[in-house]
Design a protein around this ligand. Structure first.
Ligand code: HEM
Length: 216
């Protein structure tokens, strides 16, 4: 129980940090995304900057909503006190994930690193909503443990952007790899590392059997 509470506090602090940083950086510090776009070279399709920027803003807003609504729904207090709010908030999460994936689908063909990065992003665009679909199917079948597992797997992908930038930074600044290759590799690493972390959280915080969850 203590383990679960400390993990929740850590995730809440990290998410708060991401939301503040992403909002400040993308809407105040560098609203034209000059730093990020400076790494794009040899794009197959010309990027329409005003449209790309607007899509990116929508992407960031919904990404922040996924973090808030996801976190809220992991609160057992909220679940116990207001099931209806948990349900409504759950649908807000699902719609927000869909919006992040949709905007990501627009940006993927222009992504830094070209086709290799685009493929990785589009894999995420399929896997992430799929996880939400599995979470909804499980809860409709009253399989609480499965529902929680799928939501943990899904929520892990809310940290995709942070992990991509973290790995890119370490590879580029720490080990001297070219920025573009570091970025592409970091997308694939995130695709693999985040579900592994989710499985670690599942194994360390959830009971093993469906009956044990029902009894709680
Ligand atoms: C929920 C947390 C997320 C946040 C806060 C976030 C934020 C951002 C931001 C600020 C950008 C602009 C460039 C940058 O600074 O990275 C961006 C780009 C992008 N994001 Fe996200 N994102 C998140 C999750 C995702 C997920 C899960 C996907 C895939 C399903 C995704 C796909 C993309 C794509 C394709 C781009 C364009 C990359 C490029 O042009 O190279 N993002 N995101």
């Amino acid at each position: 129980m203590l383990k679960r509470k400390s993990l929740y506090t850590i995730l809440a602090l990290v998410s708060f940090g991401i939301i503040v940083y992403a909002s400040y950086f993308n809407f105040i510090h560098d609203p034209q995304a000059e730093a990020f776009l400076s790494h794009k070279e040899g794009l197959k399709r010309p990027l329409q900057l005003p449209l790309w920027l607007n899509v990116m803003y929508v992407h960031v807003v919904f990404a922040c909503v996924t973090l808030v609504s996801g976190l809220l729904n992991f609160s057992s207090q909220l679940l116990k006190s207001n099931r209806q709010l948990h349900r409504v908030n759950g649908y807000i999460y699902v719609v927000s994930v869909f919006m992040v994936a949709l905007t990501s689908g627009y940006m993927a063909p222009y992504s830094t690193g070209g086709k290799a990065s685009s493929i990785a992003f589009n894999m995420l665009n399929i896997i992430w909503p799929f996880m939400n679909g599995m979470a909804i199917i499980s809860i409709r079948k009253k399989r609480l443990l499965q529902h929680r597992k799928w939501m943990i797997r899904s929520f892990a992908y809310c940290f995709t952007n942070t992990l991509i930038h973290l790995i890119t930074y370490v590879m580029h600044k720490g080990f001297g790899f070219a920025y573009v290759s570091s970025y592409t590799i970091s997308i694939y690493c995130s695709l693999i590392i985040l579900p592994i972390l989710a499985e670690v959280v599942i194994r360390t915080t959830l009971p093993r059997s469906e009956q044990a969850v029902q009894m709680k």
